[in-house]
Design a protein around this ligand. Structure first.
Ligand SMILES: NC(=O)c1ccc[n+]([C@@H]2O[C@H](COP(=O)([O-])OP(=O)(O)OC[C@H]3O[C@@H](n4cnc5c(N)ncnc54)[C@H](OP(=O)(O)O)[C@@H]3O)[C@@H](O)[C@H]2O)c1
Length: 202
């Protein structure tokens, strides 16, 4: 599978390091352009390349991994979202020190993302845990639960398979309006570390 990332920071790099050893490929993009990512893709190694946000959106799956104030500009830099699988990894942090949250007027943040990417099949994933909790890239890493939600089961399926394959446990919370609310920043399932190294099987 080839995964595009809009945003090449902590989230994009962490997920890339999990998927690359399994033979998947990644294309990272940022605001400053592909040249600024040369040393990063070299460090990530085989299977990693740099590109533009438009090129990232043209991969099998594209992950939105920018900070909340940049969401609109990042999504608008792609010409056509129709039919693309768009993974929303963002949290609606408007600013730090003090921490302030972006206004979502009673909706879920991912529904707002979906409105800005008309026609995309939007899936919420990777937002619910700090990347520092999943920064063990060894084969003995604990199976951490990652929550997924989205309205399109066919779009969720390859993502579910991908994250199970690379060593996480995927829990589907249903559609964006329900699951997105549970797993988004401030929701009851955000920031909960469910990780296990052993499992009791009946
Ligand atoms: N860090 C975590 O532990 C974590 C965990 C779960 C979810 N999240 C959420 O995931 C999102 C990304 O977090 P992060 O920690 O990865 O952020 P980060 O390290 O600050 O990286 C942000 C990236 O977004 C890029 N960017 C900004 N505006 C852009 C645009 N218009 N087009 C393309 N790229 C753009 C930046 O590129 P430039 O450098 O060129 O500006 C940078 O590569 C945030 O919404 C965050 O709340 C973070």
């Amino acid at each position: 599978m080839k995964i595009g990332f809009i945003g090449a920071g902590v989230v994009a790099q962490t997920i890339s390091k999990h998927v690359l050893p399994f033979g998947h490929r990644v294309l990272l993009s940022n605001r400053r352009g592909p040249d600024s990512l040369a040393s990063l893709v070299k460090e990530l190694g085989t299977g990693a390349e740099a590109g533009t946000p438009q090129q990232a959106a043209e991969q099998d799956i594209v992950v939105l991994a920018v900070n909340w104030p940049s969401v609109q500009a990042a999504l608008f830099s792609v010409t056509d979202w129709k039919g693309r699988i768009l993974v929303d990894a963002t949290n609606r942090v408007a600013g730090y020190n003090p921490l302030t949250l972006g206004d979502i007027s009673g909706r879920t943040s991912t529904e707002i993302v979906a409105d800005l990417a008309p026609g995309a099949k939007v899936v919420k994933l990777f937002n619910s845990v700090p990347m520092s909790w999943i920064s063990n890239f060894s084969s003995s890493k604990p199976r951490t639960v990652l929550f997924i939600s989205g309205d399109d089961d066919e779009a969720k399926k390859p993502l579910n398979d991908l994250i199970e394959q690379v060593g996480f446990s995927c829990v589907d919370l249903g559609p964006l309006a329900i699951g997105g609310r549970l797993q988004q920043l401030g929701g009851p399932l955000a920031g909960i570390n469910l990780a296990f190294t052993e499992r009791f099987v009946l």
